[in-house]
Design a protein around this ligand. Structure first.
Ligand SMILES: C[S@@+](CC[C@H](N)C(=O)[O-])C[C@H]1O[C@@H](n2cnc3c(N)ncnc32)[C@H](O)[C@@H]1O
Length: 192
């Protein structure tokens, strides 16, 4: 038995949340690793909506999906995840965010606390009961600590009867390793 690494645990949570035929959301497509994973989980009757604000990221994601012949079950959206409710009307089986910047690209294009929180709120409304939203929080970069603290402050205030909030974090690792926040919806959620 060993403790699952952060990225492996993110996948475990998604696998537990998402069923064949579900709609899933990759809120930060980046190079498309998670979009591809979600596309496999939803199967040929499900669908994945993937967001990114950089065309470069969506191009890389499209190439990865085509390589695995899974492009058809996805919709790639060049827009911020804070507008997710304009694009996704169906119930959502699960969603993932990787906060931070796109490796190998412009490090100043990052996710931000308020837009991340707006997106979480919209996704929680659409999420199915027992569905999970996973956030992999990278916080070592410029602005990363502000976003981390804003998101932590927000999720700590979520009503516990409606949302279970988990933090999965290796506490003795150096150099600001990423950690996970997982939100499980247990009852209908309305934005107050
Ligand atoms: C850490 S990377 C994602 C890595 C990705 N999951 C992968 O598998 O490669 C974060 C991504 O979020 C994107 N991003 C930043 N702000 C965003 C927003 N408001 N909405 C959607 N994507 C955003 C960035 O362009 C970047 O590609």
């Amino acid at each position: 038995m060993k403790l699952e690494r952060v990225l492996d645990y993110a996948k475990t949570l998604l696998r537990q949340s998402i069923d064949f035929g579900d709609v899933a959301v990759d809120a930060t497509a980046g190079n498309g690793h998670d979009t591809l994973y979600l596309a496999k989980l939803v199967g040929d009757t499900g669908h994945v909506f993937a967001f990114d604000v950089q065309q470069q990221a969506l191009d890389a994601t499209a190439a990865r999906l085509k390589e695995h012949e899974l492009f058809e079950r996805t919709t790639l959206i060049l827009d911020g995840h804070e507008k997710v409710k304009q694009y996704v009307e169906e119930p959502i089986g699960g969603a993932i965010f990787n906060l931070g910047y796109l490796p190998g690209a412009d490090h100043t294009v990052t996710t931000h606390g308020q837009t991340t929180i707006d997106a979480i709120n919209q996704l929680l409304v659409r999420l199915k009961i027992n569905g999970i939203i996973v956030l992999v929080v990278y916080h070592g970069h410029e602005g990363g600590k502000e976003e981390r603290d804003a998101v932590l402050h927000f999720v700590e205030q979520l009503p516990q009867k409606q949302v279970h909030v988990l933090r999965y974090d290796f506490l003795n690792q150096k150099n600001d390793p990423p950690f996970i926040i997982a939100l499980e919806k247990v009852k209908p959620y309305t934005v107050s």
